[in-house]
Design a protein around this ligand. Structure first.
Ligand SMILES: C[S@@+](CC[C@H](N)C(=O)[O-])C[C@H]1O[C@@H](n2cnc3c(N)ncnc32)[C@H](O)[C@@H]1O
Length: 187
C-alpha cells in the first residue's frame, strides 16, 4: 500500500452510495489519491465529466484548496440527484446535465473524465474546456508499457492522441497493476 488506508470522509460517503446502488463504475482509490494530489495544486474551477456516485468529485474536493470550485455533471437523473442530496452541505456543485454543458462554466484548471466518455467525445471539446496551465486527467486505461499504446491488440488511438498532442505535456501513470491514468498539462 502506498498511502495510509484512511479515506477522506467525503469519499467514504460516496463509496457507501455506490455500494447501496450497486454502481460499479466508481473511480479506483489509487486514481482518487492521484486526483486529490493534483487538485491540491489547482486554483479556479475544477470540472468532472460524469459524476457517477460522486467518488471522483469527493476526492477532488478533499484535495483542492478551499477557494477552488469543484463542479461535476452527470447525465443519469437518479445518480445526479442522489449525489446532489449527498453533497447538499458540501462545497461541490452537482449538475444533472450532459457534461458538454460544463462549457458554460469554463475554462477549468483541471478536467477529469473517464476514458469511455473521452472515446465518445470529440477531443477538441475537451481541450477547449481547459485553461493554459490547466490539466486533463483521464482514467480507466489498461496499462501498456510499449509504444504505440495498444489495447486488445490494436493501437489505442485516444491514448496515442493525448500523449502526442504538442499543446500538452502528458504522462501515462500506472496507478495500479491493472489501471492507468493520463495526466495532460496544457501549455
Ligand atoms: C466511469 S463513470 C464516472 C465515475 C466517476 N467519475 C467517479 O469518479 O466515480 C461514467 C459516468 O458518466 C456518465 N455519463 C455518460 N455520458 C455522460 C454525458 N454525456 N454527460 C454526463 N455524464 C455522462 C454515466 O452515467 C456514468 O455515471
Amino acid at each position: 500500500m502506498s498511502a495510509p488506508p484512511e479515506l477522506p470522509e467525503l469519499v467514504v460517503r460516496a463509496l457507501r452510495l455506490s455500494l447501496q446502488r450497486g454502481y460499479m463504475q466508481t473511480s479506483r482509490t489509487e486514481t482518487g489519491r492521484l486526483l486529490a494530489a493534483l487538485a491540491a495544486t489547482r486554483t479556479g474551477t475544477i470540472a468532472e465529466c460524469g459524476t457517477g456516485c460522486g467518488v471522483g468529485a469527493a476526492w477532488l474536493r478533499s484535495g483542492a484548496p478551499k477557494d477552488t470550485r469543484v463542479i461535476t455533471a452527470e447525465l443519469d437523473p437518479d445518480l445526479a440527484h442522489g449525489v446532489m442530496d449527498m453533497f447538499a452541505d458540501d462545497d461541490i456543485d452537482v449538475m444533472h446535465a450532459d457534461w458538454t454543458s460544463l462549457a458554460a462554466h469554463a475554462p477549468f484548471s483541471l478536467v477529469f473524465l473517464d476514458a469511455g466518455s473521452a472515446r465518445a467525445a470529440a477531443r477538441e471539446q475537451i481541450v477547449e474546456l481547459v485553461e493554459p496551465g490547466g490539466m486533463v486527467v483521464l482514467d480507466d486505461f489498461v496499462p501498456c508499457p510499449g509504444w504505440p499504446p495498444l489495447e486488445h491488440g490494436r493501437v489505442d488511438q485516444l491514448r496515442q492522441a493525448w500523449l502526442s498532442d504538442e499543446r500538452f505535456t502528458s504522462v501515462d501513470v500506472m496507478v495500479a497493476e491493472d489501471t492507468s491514468v493520463i495526466v495532460a498539462v496544457r501549455s
